[in-house]
Design a protein around this ligand. Structure first.
Ligand code: FAD
Length: 391
């Protein structure tokens, strides 16, 4: 974009979090611009190797945006049960939609499909200027507005910049906002498989000596795997070849779904935690992975990002109705406070679980496996946990 543009809200990054925020701001009298470095990947006949377990509240959010209806129902899978196993071969914890009195615990969606649906909604919107491929070269923070000079030569003047540009956020760095990235020393190996036995909408998770193995159900006799494991083991899994990988994954999952065949080539993502001291300042808010990254063992990264987008959109729409300045610090602080508890709770839960299962001492092993069995028998606590995960 070589021309200059003036807007109320500029969203940098149109991954799931940024694109959902832009959609949630439509039709409220705000001028919205979105810049994104890369367009979404094209649809593939095969299954996307990156899938997410969306909580019912994320599903409701996408529904409110008119995006859920754009997804092919044949490619969605409801999670009705979840089984979590400890590392002593016996301890387990189960959640079921039936016992929690809900229709489903989560819905498995393909990352690319949700992103394409959000982009379609952004392109249909008259008040969203979607600029792609584009990146920012320089941010000049003024009292009344921020000026962003773009790589292509254009300039955008905006009241509010929203950094939705992921873990290595250029917006966060340009604003000099302190962030702590702690590498988990692990990679998430993802791949999809077909399986001989039906999964009946069950998600499985095994806490193992070599990491955490998760199987998320896909439609038909298929599932998607995320194996969070140390880097050496991840490299072995990537390089061992399809047949051996199927054998290893089936064995690690105790043959639960019978013989496996590989549907997508395995890929690996480095895992880390990211925390920031502040998620807002005058004329700037960080949402999604730009402001927090949690371990995928909770399967909550995108859900947290959608929570941010929904909350910020409510405040900004309120400001638009009152013709107030969307970049005002007091309002942005309200957004920051409203999200603090959910983000901290998820961070502590994922760190605590990872550390508890990484401790190889006999005492720690007894405690964690005893704990899983105990929670499994405590119906009230279990139902509270299940409901918390669905928020
Ligand atoms: C192995 C693995 C499994 C996971 N499984 C789950 C799961 O089951 N459930 C779940 O909820 N979460 C899961 N997550 C977490 C989830 O992937 C992230 O939390 C989520 O993708 C974050 O979305 P985002 O939009 O905030 O950031 P991103 O997806 O990182 O998007 C950032 C966007 O900004 C763009 N961008 C970057 N820099 C610039 C720039 N300078 N200018 C313009 N654009 C820019 C990028 O191109 C990108 O499109 C998993 C993560 C991993 C690693």
């Amino acid at each position: 974009m070589s021309k200059n543009l003036t807007c109320d809200v500029l969203v940098v990054g149109a991954g799931l979090t940024g694109a959902s925020l832009a959609c949630a701001l439509r039709n409220h009298g705000l001028r919205i611009a979105v810049i994104e470095a890369r367009p979404p990947v094209a649809a593939v006949a095969d299954w996307d190797a990156r899938v997410y377990a969306l909580s019912p509240s994320s599903q409701r959010f996408l529904d409110e945006l008119g995006v859920w209806e754009k997804l092919d129902p044949e490619r969605l899978e409801a999670v009705r049960d979840m089984r979590i196993f400890g590392d002593d071969g016996a301890a387990s914890l189960g959640f079921s939609a039936y016992q929690t009195a809900v229709d489903r615990l989560a819905t498995i969606v393909e990352s690319g499909a949700v992103q394409r649906a959000l982009w379609e909604a952004m392109r249909e919107a008259r008040d969203i200027e979607l600029i792609c491929p584009e990146t920012a070269r320089e941010f000049l923070w003024g009292r009344d507005a921020c000026e962003i000079h773009l790589e292509s030569g254009g300039m955008i003047r905006t009241k509010l910049v929203v950094g939705a540009d992921g873990m290595h956020s250029a917006v966060r760095m340009a604003a000099g906002m302190e962030a702590r990235i702690e590498p988990a020393g692990q990679k998430g190996v993802v791949a999809n498989f077909s399986c001989a036995s039906p999964h009946f909408g069950t998600a499985f998770q095994w806490f193992r000596e070599d990491g955490v193995l998760a199987w998320l159900p896909l439609p038909g006799r298929r599932f998607s795997m995320v194996w969070s494991t140390d880097e050496k083991h991840a490299t072995e899994l990537l390089q061992c070849g399809a047949d051996l990988l199927c054998e290893r994954v089936a064995l690690a999952g105790r043959g639960t779904l019978g013989e496996l065949s590989l549907l997508t080539a395995p890929a690996a993502f480095p895992l880390a935690w990211l925390s920031v001291r502040n998620r807002v300042r005058e004329r700037l808010a960080l949402i999604g992975d730009a402001g927090h990254v949690v371990h995928p063992l909770s399967g909550q990264g995108v859900n947290l990002g959608f929570g941010d987008a929904r909350e910020l959109a409510v405040l900004l729409r309120g400001a638009a109705e009152r013709r107030a300045d969307p970049g005002e610090l007091l309002r942005l602080r309200k957004f920051e406070r409203s999200r603090a508890e959910a983000i901290l709770a998820m961070r502590l839960a994922t760190k605590g679980l990872k550390e508890l299962f990484a401790d190889r001492s006999v005492a720690a092993a007894k405690m964690r496996n005893f704990g899983l069995n105990l929670i499994d028998r405590a119906t009230v606590i279990k139902s509270l946990l299940a409901r918390h995960a669905m928020d």
